[in-house]
Design a protein around this ligand. Structure first.
Ligand code: SAM
Length: 190
């Protein structure tokens, strides 16, 4: 009953790397239609379904409208690249910072491969900037990127700011050949 097949990519990544666990606070960027948020709500125990485990929190943000989901807070019609979005995000978080930033953000494809690649990398770099204000030290960032000649730039920035950075190509996204994810763990913080 996931809203989108993309859920299986996050499930696959999380089964292997244990990014999400009960009690964690998650920012889900590019969250519409909400499948990743569904996975996150379950895995961080945002609904308190497991009373023995700590209760987490999920905030999803997207340019589009996101239908309500029990256990998640959604900020719809918001551009993650817009500086004013940061303040709104902060006002919706239960604490100052989150443990995990997820980004499955994908800009509208123009069909021009290089341009799409660059837009995508720029969005990820923007998120990395955002991390300074909203990611806890030792936190995790998982972000989608489309491979291309600027990927190294993003990878280098991630490596400067996180102790452990790896590239993941989920089975579930094999068909979309250019799509990969960077999993960056142990944020060095500021
Ligand atoms: N992970 C989602 C799920 O499982 O339901 C699917 C995400 S979809 C592949 C990518 C999303 O990124 C789109 O909904 C799009 O509107 C959003 N997006 C693209 N650019 C954005 C931006 N600048 N700010 C916020 N969301 C953006």
């Amino acid at each position: 009953h996931y809203r989108c097949r993309s859920a299986f990519k996050l499930l696959e990544i999380d089964d292997k790397f244990h990014v999400l666990r009960p009690g964690l606070s998650v920012l889900d960027c590019g969250a519409a239609p909400g499948a990743w948020s569904q996975v996150a709500v379950q895995r961080v125990n945002a609904l308190g379904t497991d009373p023995a485990a700590p209760t987490g929190f999920v905030l999803g943000v997207d340019l589009l409208r996101i239908s309500p989901l029990e256990g998640a807070v959604f900020l719809s019609e918001a551009d993650i690249a817009d500086p004013s979005t940061l303040r709104t995000i902060q006002s919706l978080l239960p604490a100052e910072k989150v443990d995990v930033i997820l980004s499955d953000v994908a800009p509208n494809a123009t069909g021009i491969k290089n341009l799409d690649h660059q837009k995508q990398i720029n969005l990820c770099l923007g998120l990395l900037n955002l991390s300074q204000s909203i990611l806890k030290p030792k936190g995790t960032m998982l972000c989608k990127f489309w491979d291309g000649h600027d990927s190294w730039l993003l990878q280098n920035r991630l490596k400067e700011q996180f102790q452990d950075v790896r590239t993941i190509k989920p089975q579930a996204s094999r068909k979309d050949s250019a799509e990969s994810y960077y999993l960056a763990r142990l944020y060095k913080g500021k």
